[in-house]
Design a protein. Sequence first.
Lengths: 122, 122
Amino acid sequence: MSYYDITQVAEETGLTAHTLRYYEKESLVPEVPRDSGGRRRYGDLHLRVLKFVNALRATGMPIREVKRYLVLYETGEQTFDERLELLKSHREIVKEQLSSVKANLRIIDLKIKSYEKIGAPK
Amino acid sequence: MSYYDITQVAEETGLTAHTLRYYEKESLVPEVPRDSGGRRRYGDLHLRVLKFVNALRATGMPIREVKRYLVLYETGEQTFDERLELLKSHREIVKEQLSSVKANLRIIDLKIKSYEKIGAPK
DNA sequence: CTATTTGTTAGAGTGCACTCTAAGTCAACT
DNA sequence: AGTTGACTTAGAGTGCACTCTAACAAATAG
């Protein structure tokens, strides 16, 4: 079992030290133990959770929803069903967003083609 | 040629009247003429532009960039090349975002599958 | 031993995109 | 003529997700 300081975790996760402290304050990470000097000592669990949090955030899950997931996670195995539902519902939202973006990208693509063809749009 | 009031345009575009006024203040629409009573009279051009603005916004283009596009549009045909570049560069950004979201969605999907299979994630 | 770096906290500030409020005007209905 | 409702403006407020500041403590480098 290895431990990491905030700078290492920042590098590993792509988050800033500031953001890591903010995520902790917002309960987006399991409790982070401190060393004798009061500094954060992250473990492998934290790293794994933070990477999953990144996946949730990168797909547009709001902070308060990520927090809800983490609270369920911390509560224990009796929350499996609820966590599963949360993730499945998020997945549907993301899928809808994806197809919306794709549809709008097609509109932009048509405009680009009209600029390229006639040099002027209608 | 038909004219529309702010309520009709709100319905057609899915934007609120508030947002339409805000977009106008931010120069995201060509100039909107007023009637004798000072009320907005939108034409077909406005409707078409607003729908395209919606496509740009729905794909994550920031307000200031949409505004830049509109200013070029208003400036005239000598800006065709610049508008084309702006749209093409936006298209690339959107494509990258799409693949990032898809990659992260796969991570979430794996987690869902692990919840479904063993009822418990590692 | 001193200076620098890296961390700590609570809390304030930032940027974005709306979203709403207040105070007022104007048209249409009763 | 009065009331309702939709509109007008400038500007303030909101929610989100950071991002930064100030003041301080501790570890390391010279």
